[in-house]
Design a protein around this ligand. Structure first.
Ligand code: GTP
Ligand code: SPV
Ligand code: MN
Length: 654
């Protein structure tokens, strides 16, 4: 990077040796060295753990055989030690242009979630996935039998942490102690995972205090690269240990367990996020009568000072973080952010849907983020953040596609793969398209005043959306809850770099949850539909948006802050304003009812809202085929009915 880090590393080294000596002696940090064991507890005290947690740690330490154990307390001293270790091992570099910011680059084979190696294991296959048509591969989840999973785990985990430290991370999804929160304990041999979990969740001793002797989700993670002295360890000593060949991300809902092996990346390794908060979360939610969804949560205040909260489900890399933090261009509007990726929602005793963000940080897509598109994200990320697979500048800063006007003209750029003096002509992007920032949520300048409210925030509108280059209008409203559930079930989007898919294709991504369903999608639809017959609940309105429709010259809609115009329309709809009219697909804005005044770019409204008979006939046909092939007999009859209704409206109205 062209930066001299020697001084920084040296002082950390002195700090660390002082730290270790002190903690070994001091009662306050209560380190115990247990010589009779194969491993050494270097940090923390096993004897002070709740009995179940201690059992979980000891059982897995026996199998994984780490050299040392570190029980995370969540203190700043611990954080400094971890960053020291990560720097010493060459996994992470400081970014001196900012305050406490760090850069890491992964193995190029470990850059995204791996859906093909993500499994859910239950006794009954049908509990996990619908019965797809014979000969058709199920795309709504991967089931593995408990026996097959056991042998997959048995060939991977024994001895997998040799030469490494096993970190024990007690973490809370949701504010510590809230009734809506849930606790997990993750064991991992990656210090990168610890520092990231520290940002993304609430970790440490306070979580154990809240847990007492209660139940928790057991999360086991290993990068799958033991270090055995004298034996060649392949890439074990490289800066980003991983084992892509043997990667597996497994969920055992019947045992409240998650086991992830081989990958250090994001959704594969930060097990509180997709594995717990969505896959196991959706199972708990169904059991307990609530929702665990891949949704941002935002507050919208209109010029009269009235405020409503929305939750929005868009597939990975389709605009959740951007919408959650948007700077409205419509005068007098104010947006606040509660969360950018996951919502846990339940109806309260008054029938009001309430949502919490179970996370404590943002693991956001870097490319495309700039002062122009998402200034609030830019203002959030420049301290206490970890950047993964972005490019760096010779003045110790970061760079990615979209930041061109935010780095000095003479900056020399090193690409995420280490190519120095990177330029646009180098041929490859400077940052990986799925490169990410990992940032504490409370640093967001527009974080909502209620973002940590243990009661959650009241949700009045639910939004679905995807990248639909063709045919799908900017916004429409569902006729009712059942139609809205159908709209969620029909969600499709162009593929992005967030998973292992290559190229651009329109894929089904129902509820933006396709990679994250913890159980049979048909049963998931039943769960959503079950709320419409409950007189005691107040059902929010459901909308569908598409920021990504294209014309001959690219996107038809400027997006980003201009999306406030669509939020304004939805806000007024919830307030009962007569600004919608019936169309074949749903309720669309009456002409002139979306406020377009002051738009910098000219917008072709006709093209944005055009509904083509040919397109929607094909869409209905394709949806029917999809439901038949993928969901079959598990498709609720009311969803099939909604598809018929859509077909009829397309036939008669378009
Ligand atoms: P995950 O973290 O993977 O779940 O993604 P996300 O849904 O939070 O997506 P994010 O907000 O990070 O956006 C991903 C990409 O979409 C970025 O490159 C954005 O610049 C781009 N994007 C977001 N909003 C808009 C929009 O309104 N219009 C256009 N054209 N692009 C957008
Ligand atoms: C997503 O892919 O939806 C993400 C990133 O939010 S990851 O945490 O890797 O799943
Ligand atoms: Mn996501």
């Amino acid at each position: 990077m062209g930066i001299d880090n020697t001084t920084r590393v040296k002082s950390s080294e002195m700090f660390a040796s002082h730290f270790l000596n002190e903690s070994a002696k001091s009662d306050k940090y209560a380190s115990v060295i247990e010589h009779q064991k194969a491993y050494t507890v270097l940090y923390g005290n096993l004897n002070k753990l709740p009995a179940r947690v201690r059992y979980f740690v000891e059982e897995n330490a026996k199998v994984c055989q780490p050299d040392t154990i570190h029980i995370c307390d969540g203190t700043d001293r611990e954080k400094d030690l971890l960053y020291y270790i990560l720097q010493r091992d060459g996994t992470i570099k400081p970014l001196p242009k900012y305050e406490n910011c760090w850069l890491t680059s992964t193995d190029p084979a470990d850059v995204a979630r791996v859906e093909s190696r993500t499994f859910i294991s239950t006794q009954e296959e049908h509990d996990t996935v619908p019965r797809s048509k014979p000969g058709i591969k199920c795309t709504l989840g991967n089931w593995m039998s408990p026996t097959d999973l056991q042998s997959a785990l048995d060939t991977r985990f024994p001895g997998c942490m040799k030469g490494r430290t096993m970190y024990v991370i007690p973490f809370s999804m949701g504010p510590v102690g809230s009734k809506l929160s849930k606790i997990g304990v993750q064991l991992t041999d990656s210090a990168y995972v610890v520092v990231s979990m520290r940002v993304m969740t609430r970790i440490g001793s306070r979580v154990l205090d809240a847990l007492k002797d209660g139940e928790f989700i057991k999360c086991l993670h290993s990068v799958g690269k033991p270090i055995t002295p004298g034996i060649s360890a392949g890439n074990a000593m490289t800066s980003w240990p991983c084992n892509p060949r043997d990667t597996i991300v497994a969920h055992l809902p019947e045992r409240n367990e998650i086991c992830s092996y081989g990958s250090g990346y994001g959704g594969n390794s930060l097990l509180g996020k997709k594995c717990f908060a969505l896959r196991l979360g959706s199972i708990l939610a169904r059991r307990e009568g609530w929702f665990a969804e891949h949704m941002l949560i935002m507050g919208v205040e209109n010029p009269k000072g009235q405020k409503k909260y929305f939750a929005a489900a868009f597939p990975s890399a389709c605009g959740k973080t951007n919408l959650a933090m948007m700077e409205p261009t419509l005068p007098g509007y104010k947006v606040t952010c509660v969360g950018d990726d996951i919502a846990w929602m339940r109806f309260d005793e008054h029938g009001q849907l309430r949502a919490i963000n179970p996370e404590a940080g943002f693991f956001g897509v870097a490319p495309g983020t700039s002062m122009k598109t998402n200034p609030n994200a830019m203002r959030s990320v420049l301290k206490n953040s970890i950047f993964t697979n972005v490019a760096s500048t010779n003045d110790g800063g970061v760079f990615w596609e979209g930041m061109e006007s935010e780095v000095p003209d003479n900056a020399s750029i090193t690409s995420w793969t280490g190519t120095e003096n990177w330029t646009k002509d180098t041929g490859k992007t400077a940052a990986h398209p799925n490169s990410r920032f990992c940032t504490p949520a409370d640093q967001c300048p527009i974080i909502d005043e209620n973002w940590e409210n243990p009661e959650g925030v009241p949700i009045e509108g639910i939004i679905f959306g995807g990248r639909r280059p063709e045919g799908v209008p900017l916004v429409y409203e569902a006729f009712d809850w059942q139609h809205g559930v159908f709209v969620g079930a029909s969600l499709k989007s162009e593929t992005t770099a967030a998973a292992e898919y290559k190229g651009k294709a329109i894929m089904h991504d129902p509820f933006a949850m396709r990679p994250f369903f913890g159980y049979n999608f048909g049963h998931y639809l039943d769960h959503w539909l079950s709320f419409q017959n409950k007189p005691e609940v107040h059902l929010p309105k459901i909308f569908h948006v598409n920021w990504f429709r294209k014309g001959p010259d690219g996107f038809l809609w400027p997006g980003f802050g201009e999306n406030s115009r669509v939020l304004d329309w939805m806000f007024r709809r919830i307030d009962g304003e007569d600004c919608a009219m019936t169309s074949a697909v749903g309720l669309i804005p009456k002409p002139g009812s979306i406020n377009m005044s002051g738009l910098e770019q000219e917008v072709d409204e006709d093209a944005l809202f055009d509904l083509s008979k040919e397109f929607w006939e094909a869409e209905v046909k394709e949806l029917g085929k999809y439901f038949d092939e993928q969901v079959g007999e598990d498709l609720p009859s009311s969803i099939r009915q909604e598809l018929c209704n859509l077909g009829e409206r397309v036939n008669s109205d378009l």
